[in-house]
Design a protein around this ligand. Sequence first.
Ligand code: NI
Length: 388
Amino acid sequence: MPVRNSIAERQPEIAAWRQDFHAHPELRNEEHRTAGIVAGKLRAFGCDEVTEGIGGTGVVGIIRGRESGSGKVLGFRADMDALPITEQTGVDYASENEGVMHACGHDGHTAMLLGAAEYLAGTRNFDGTVVLIFQPAEEGGGGAKAMLRDGLMDRWGIQEVYGMHNWPGLDAGQFAVRPGPVLAAGDGFRIVVRGRGGHAAKPHMAVDTTLAACQVVVALQSIASRNVDPLKTVVLSVCSMQTESEAFNVISDTVTLGGTVRYFDPEVQTLVIDRIRSVASSTAAAYGATAELSYFQGVRPTINAATQADIAAQAAEAVAGTVLKEFDPSMGGEDFSLMLEARPGAFALIGNGDSADLHNPNYNFNDDALPAGASWFAELAEQRMPVA
Ligand code: NI
């Protein structure tokens, strides 16, 4: 079935919800207003259960189908948090919360799942149970992990999980779904280079940490090009470099480097950690300095299960007419990856049209995509759990 008529008719209302979330963005773990509105709407739609405070500010809604003989339980997830970015879109519903912005479209994700919830609670044309997962703190706040720790999967018996992210550059309301890797793992690291500070005019009396740190940055680039199998994927970016002082005539005691590593294969991670430690310390040692690595495991790679990717693609094709199945995974990251490690499932991309990119101050979610996104969840429920 294509976009549900009843959902298409509700587009202005769903867009109004979305724009209200957009005007009142909340940072990770602070989604109190958003979560309150979500819970209130789920109750108004007649969901069978609504539970707040899962994983912090997360909300879980339950909709039981007209029949329950199949025993199937599907989890549908949307994220709710915004980013510390100052909005520049100029739209009349722009952020009223200075320095905070829905620059990743989570306002749209939340609105689409609410649209699906309203439809599914009203029609219940499926045999099984839908668990609506409104997740906080996707943007580096550990929201998925916190919901899982609160027993999300076992408490409601979730068997499969589905989620989606809007995608600038893909036509609005079109879908892309593929089996296997969709988004990369993303870790962080910090390297503290220690030498001996001193007067810039007497470098021979100091151990120049700035020079050593610069050499470390250059040497680290050999890991991707010389150590990782060229047929495997890796990104290693050093993104910050901090001396202790901003003075132009002081050699710092320490320089701190910060960066990120992206990959799909856990073996790549093991190799890269080992090489960063070795390359950094031996390069620093060549300049009389030391280097100490702190490595932070971030989001896991987002890997779609083959069967569920196929189900997700069928639902997308039913809604949009076509679905893009062959595309390159992105090196961006998503903490839905943790839910996909807990249960088989799929993460789809829904087109946001010709918009500014994600995390850009000019980005805005495309309201034209709302009916397709809400219909995709509805289609998944009805197609995966058909009434006999
Ligand atoms: Ni996002």
